[in-house]
Design a protein around this ligand. Structure first.
Ligand SMILES: [Zn+2]
Length: 246
């Protein structure tokens, strides 16, 4: 019997090969040099890759270390559309009362300062979702801080003005005492102006039920990254009976 031609010989498996050291694309991109960021009045230390900062040491005395922590996590994250959710945390010694797990105003203010509009918009999504979940709306002191720490006319201040307008229109007193609301109008003329303009042009409605893009800073022709217009919808399931506040 004739021996098989080379074409007829069955293909035998090759032995596996040991891998060579691979490329470390992410590390190469970031480099190994680190810089120190000192945040808050207590100079809390954050060490980040130098490629993220032009300084060897940078100080941020007025910023909130907890907000910075979220920002650094977002910068290193592979998904730039998500940040940690706001959760309702039980307040110690106050049974049945909760507070948000991190400060949305401080974080929004930091995103604005760093010129990160996408992060501002993401923060608004997270804040409105938290308010729907916890059935809350901004208290007078929340609105005071929002106007003091962020630019007027931005999405957070618009959300706050719309909230107070709706609360007053609905006659909700519990949590929004007249004296505190009056102080808000008195201490923040920009808020007063925004409020009057809103009342003259729009009917009151629950801001948690508004289209999410109405509280975004991106232009009307730029859809929120990652969300197709078909998938976009108004807020869902917001309760009418607001009984708590942040
Ligand atoms: Zn949007």
């Amino acid at each position: 019997m004739a021996s098989p031609t080379p074409e007829q010989e069955p293909k035998l498996p090759d032995p596996s090969r040991e891998p060579k050291p691979g490329h470390t694309t992410f590390r190469d991109e970031l480099g190994s040099e680190m810089v120190d960021l000192l945040v808050g009045p207590e100079n809390e230390l954050f060490r980040v890759h130098k490629k993220l900062s032009t300084e060897n040491v940078a100080r941020f005395p007025e910023d909130d270390p907890a907000a910075f922590d979220l920002l650094i996590k977002w910068i290193y994250s592979t998904s730039k559309r998500h940040i940690r959710d706001l959760d309702a945390v039980q307040i110690e010694g106050e049974e049945g009362h909760t507070e948000a797990s991190w400060d949305a105003i401080n974080f929004y203010s930091l995103a604005e300062k760093c010129c990160l509009p996408e992060l501002q918009d993401t923060t608004m999504n997270v804040l409105a979702r938290y308010h729907r979940m916890a059935d809350e709306l901004p208290s007078p002191s929340f609105v005071c801080r929002a106007y003091a720490r962020t630019s007027a006319g931005l999405s957070l201040s618009r959300y706050c003005t719309k909230s107070i307008y709706w609360v007053l229109d609905e006659g909700i007193n519990n949590g929004w005492p007249t004296e505190e609301v009056q102080k808000l109008f008195q201490d923040h003329p920009t808020f007063s102006m925004d409020y009057i303009n809103l009342q003259r042009t729009k009917s009151a409605c629950d801001p948690r039920k508004s289209d999410r893009c109405s509280f975004h800073v991106h232009g009307s022709k730029e859809p929120f990254p990652g969300i197709s217009p078909r998938k976009r919808k108004s807020g869902d399931g917001a309760g009418q009976n607001v009984s708590k506040r942040q």
